[in-house]
Design a protein around this ligand. Sequence first.
Ligand SMILES: [Zn+2]
Length: 272
Amino acid sequence: MPELPEVEVTMRGVRPVLEGEVIEDLWHDDKKLREPFSPRLNELIGAKVANVSRRAKFILVGTDKGTLLVHLGMTGHLSILRSPGERLKHDHFELTMGSGIVIRYNDARRFGLVAFIPPDTDPLLSDYLKDLGPEPLSDAFTPKVLYEGLQRHKKSVKQAIMDASVVVGVGNIYASEVLFLSKIRPDRRSDQLSFEECRVLRENIRSVLALSISKGGTTIINFQNAEGKMGYFVQNLNVYGHKGEKCPVCGTPIEEMTLGQRSTYFCPRCQK
Ligand SMILES: [Zn+2]
């Protein structure tokens, strides 16, 4: 599943071919993604793209006629096509820009989303985005904000940092990794962490996500960045997917447990 770094990399990939350009045409099929395509999407034909940004795992394409919101779901990806060929089976949506470049959305499992936000609505206040917690790489995500967020929950710290009301964009792979780097057991109750542990955890959330973005996103089945290249972060994973292998710090075999129905990896010796 594309996580925040993959979405950021995708957003940075499509931004230069969208910003300042006019949407000449827009096509979608008649299947539904997470939601049906809105008939109002056609209002974007002829619109000029003012800015492209990201909030959590949503890509926002702001225009003078409304905002296009794209979520990649489980298997979605955007391709930049300079000479678009035939559409493939799982191609569901595309924009043809005035430059002739086509941005095409492919999603085999169709858990993604393509939505229209009218020009009189602030997209950040729309139902899709209004309840989201802070961006992990923003100044708003302070140690205090994380500490208070974790205090609100009694669930495991791993489930709490994956809760978008605490902080957005910490997916399953990154949650295991940041807790390993922070020497915190994933099944600790979130409201039992000290302020100092939250300070360390917040630093590691930021550094792991920033590193992954700089590397082009994690390698996950089906993820391709907007230029069609696979990401390549997998060599930096310390614990995720390494059950039974030696901890890179102390040599103890990495263990796996299930939290919130998700696979979780940790070192039973390093993480307290
Ligand atoms: Zn260890």
